[in-house]
Design a protein around this ligand. Sequence first.
Ligand SMILES: Nc1ncnc2c1ncn2[C@@H]1O[C@H](COP(=O)(O)OP(=O)(O)OP(=O)(O)O)[C@@H](O)[C@H]1O
Length: 245
Amino acid sequence: MMLVLEDVSLEKNGKYILKNINAKFDRVKIYAVLGSNGVGKSSLAYTIMGLEGYKPTSGKIKLNGEDITNSSISERATKGITLLWQEPVRFQGLTVKQYLTLGGKLKISTKDLEEVMTLTGLSPELYINRFVDNLLSGGERKRVELASILLLNPKYAILDEPDSGIDIMSLGMIEKIAHRITKNGGTVILITHREEIARIADEAYLLCNGTVFTKGDPVKVIHYYKSRCDECMHVNIPSIEEAQL
Ligand SMILES: Nc1ncnc2c1ncn2[C@@H]1O[C@H](COP(=O)(O)OP(=O)(O)OP(=O)(O)O)[C@@H](O)[C@H]1O
């Protein structure tokens, strides 16, 4: 059971956003996709999820051997791929409970619902009947989105900057969320520019200028990222030999 990217490139207006990305995401593992601003992390997430405008220009995406490169977002979602957006969407007219249970369609016990809400920092008492609308802050909506992903028990959860906009989203909380997903048989892909978050992963990919610059043990990848990428700004792209860990 795995999600594989084979030589995936994405070109926009004659510029490569992603170039020859090769990656393998095994089931029940935590991965980090690390990189500075603008290296293509979110674009990679959108490409895996199949968003409009993010169909690979070349290369293939395969899920358990099946080519899903041309599958729609909903087909991918049905197969268990989910994405936590960097900027959560605004929903009107639903309470947190209605939103998280898909209007009652998702059969979950109150205990599970409350457990997941607590895990994502939403006190059930305070939030269960609140409306998911403009009165919730960006950080609160993000927590609701995270809770909704957890309740779907995804096979692949791509979490794009799970901590952005959430000041008190502690590392411990992200770790617990990731482990709950793997405990239920899912794989987590953590998109981040924070080394502390990448440290949670079993394996890390470092992106630079739209390519996988290096991958492997998070500690080694983070070391490389810390020592070089902060100052990189993609002008001074290091040579491949330097990245040999
Ligand atoms: N739809 C698009 N059309 C044109 N350029 C795009 C598009 N999407 C992304 N880009 C460009 O691709 C590059 C990578 O963007 P992306 O958002 O994937 O980076 P990122 O690593 O997620 O950055 P950050 O950490 O700042 O969120 C940027 O230069 C961005 O402007």
